[in-house]
Write a protein that binds this ligand. Sequence first.
Ligand code: 8GT
Length: 310
Amino acid sequence: MHVAAGVLVDGAGRVLLAQRPPGKHLAGRWEFPGGKLEAGEDTAAALVRELDEELGIAVDPLSFEPLIRVPWSYGERPLCLDAVIVRAWSGVPAALDAAAIDWRDPRDVDPSLLAPADRAILAALRLPEHYPVTPSDVSVERAATLVRAALARGERLMQWRLPSVSLAEARKGAAGLLPELRRFGASLLLNRDIEGARELGLGVHLSAAQLRELDARPLPPSQWVAASCHDADELAMAVRCGCDFATVSPVMPTASHPGAEPLGWPRFAKLAEAAALPVFALGGVGPHEVAEARMHAGQGTAGIRAFWRA
Ligand SMILES: Nc1nc2c([nH]c(=O)n2[C@@H]2O[C@H](COP(=O)(O)OP(=O)(O)OP(=O)(O)O)[C@@H](O)[C@H]2O)c(=O)[nH]1
């Protein structure tokens, strides 16, 4: 079953949520307005019809921007939820079908109130297009300097990965960045350090090996949980562990992992499309490949080298 979901975004960056009416599947949960594709319809045509029927607004498919496709199953038929950003419409949205509608800042939405498949849509909305990872061969001080410079340049999501120092030293370095992170409203994810993330209120980036040992999400929804994945099995594990997003690597040949066979964009796209969470392309890509990543079902690009040159 193919379902189209329209994410209306207003000028203040708020999104329109609709509450499923009583008597329907997932009654009371909040979702993005839309519905099942009818025979002969594509996502755009279904959305034009559904947004008219459910909200009484007219939308022009030329303004649609693909956000994410979420494969999901509620135990019956598998579902493909195709979320599209809608920035322009005419008319004032009204709750013609929903129990209620509400404009919300995506950062303030409690994911547990959403239809479960929509948590991936919310994550895609809240995540930026870049996910720089600190270089492996630098001191804690140097890494902190790089992160501060990146914050000033506009980066808002970074991974703190310092394999050449102890977890304790790395954690101390991350603690020193808390005031700046708060000031910029930015997120830092500690590589593998779940305890440190709990202690500092930061996110965590899990290794594939850690995913195998976890059976539940290790942090509350307010702290990012991400994972390093390389194939469909690891991506499925990341979804099972409640991860918000993943990296998939290596997409392109990279000097840091010369032996690893790169996936290439077509295989990256297959993995990203089949994953029920946003996926960043990692390995031999940089800030300039965001458009390429988005064309191949990615959220954006992650990387070590290419992100710190500027
Ligand atoms: N419209 C919509 N459906 C969603 C979302 N998330 C999600 O899991 N779904 C699921 O996708 C399926 C589509 O449901 P729907 O009931 O909205 O479809 P529809 O408008 O064609 O309804 P109908 O069956 O009453 O004709 C349901 O199982 C619903 O729970 C979402 O954000 N928007």
